[in-house]
Each structure stands twice: as C-alpha cells, then as structure tokens.
Design a protein around this ligand. Structure first.
Ligand SMILES: Nc1ncnc2c1ncn2[C@@H]1O[C@H](COP(=O)(O)OP(=O)(O)OP(=O)(O)O)[C@@H](O)[C@H]1O
Ligand SMILES: [Mg+2]
Length: 163
C-alpha cells in the first residue's frame, strides 16, 4: 500500500527483506538517510545489506555493532552504515563524530535511529520493521523531504511489496 510518501508491506524471510533493501538502494537519490527502527533481530542489518547491493557495494557488509560506523565505496558514492544501539546520550553521539558522519555520507543507513531522534538529516526514509509470525516482518516506510518521496514512489512502481 502506498499513499503520499508512505509505504506498508510485509516480507517473508531474510531474502525478501534483502530484496526490498536492494530496491531501496537502487531507488534512493544521490543523498539519502535511511533511518531504521525495530527490535533486536527485526532485520535492520539484512535490509542494509540489500541497500548495499542496490548501490553496487562489492565489499562484504557486516554489522557495525562494535565499530559504530562502517563505510563502503559504492561507485562514486559512499554508503555509511551506523549502529547506534549502544548510544545513550548526545555526548555519546558526538563521541562517534556524528556531525561529520552526517556531513560526509552520501547514503547513510542508521540502525537504532531512535537514539539520534532530532539529529537525523533530510531527505530521509524512516523504516520501521516489526516482527510478525515466524519469518514475517511488517515494514513501514515513511518519507521526509521531496527526494525521499520520490524514492518511495520509485520503489512502489517497482512493485517491491511481497505477498
Ligand atoms: N523477513 C525477514 N527479514 C529479515 N530477517 C529475517 C526475516 N525472517 C527471519 N529473519 C532473520 O532475522 C534475523 C535478522 O537479523 P538482523 O541482524 O538483520 O537484525 P537487526 O534488526 O539488525 O538486529 P540488531 O538490532 O541486533 O542489529 C536474521 O537471523 C534473519 O535470518
Ligand atoms: Mg543489526
């Protein structure tokens, strides 16, 4: 379902979430923040691996749980993958160089984005992953800014939704 910059869908299994990420990576413009929320094991990292595929990243993408920030070359662009799970304060955010991370990223994928609420750039797509039954995940995408709305429109046209 899509309406004005909002898209609701469900994925069944890891590979469908990766496919969705790939479509998102292909659809996002030159600069985009993808802000991911969802419980442990909801599939945030899986989605980012797909985004990396869509951007043409050839390096193996791993979760930045302990490094906080991983960067990958993607053609002429840079994918910056951040995991804020262990960030508890504004000071923690600055200690990982958050302002520079935001300035320097082309595509910025942020897990546990709620830890940086108020400090997330636009254009941005907020992605909420909710655990469903078994391997089902319900995914809500919400656009902030014109480029993000365009990306979600492109994604809908590609028929990214699964059964
Ligand atoms: N529909 C689905 N989409 C994504 N992952 C799924 C799905 N169904 C099952 N899984 C499994 O759920 C797990 C998701 O792991 P992932 O590391 O992506 O979660 P995460 O949200 O990044 O967690 P964390 O908060 O610990 O970083 C994987 O083991 C994956 O195989
Ligand atoms: Mg993760």
């Amino acid at each position: 379902m899509t309406e004005g910059g909002r898209l609701l869908l469900a994925t069944c299994g890891e590979s469908e979430t990766r496919d969705l990420g790939r479509a998102l990576g292909t659809a996002c413009g030159e600069r985009m923040c993808v802000a991911l929320r969802g419980a442990l094991g909801a599939g945030k990292t899986v989605l980012v691996k797909g985004i990396a595929d869509g951007l043409g990243v050839t390096d193996h993408v791993t979760s930045p749980t302990f490094t906080f920030v991983n960067e990958y070359g993607a053609g002429g662009r840079r994918l910056t993958h951040v995991d804020l799970y262990r960030i508890e304060s504004e000071d923690d955010l600055e200690s990982i160089g958050w302002s520079d991370v935001v300035l320097e990223a082309d595509v910025l994928a942020v897990e546990w984005a709620e830890r940086a609420d108020g400090d997330l750039p636009v254009p941005r797509i907020d992605v909420e992953l909710a655990l469903g039954r078994g391997d089902e995940r319900r995914v809500e995408l919400r656009a902030h800014g014109g480029e993000a709305r365009l990306a979600i429109a492109r994604l809908s046209l590609r028929g990214a939704a699964c059964a």
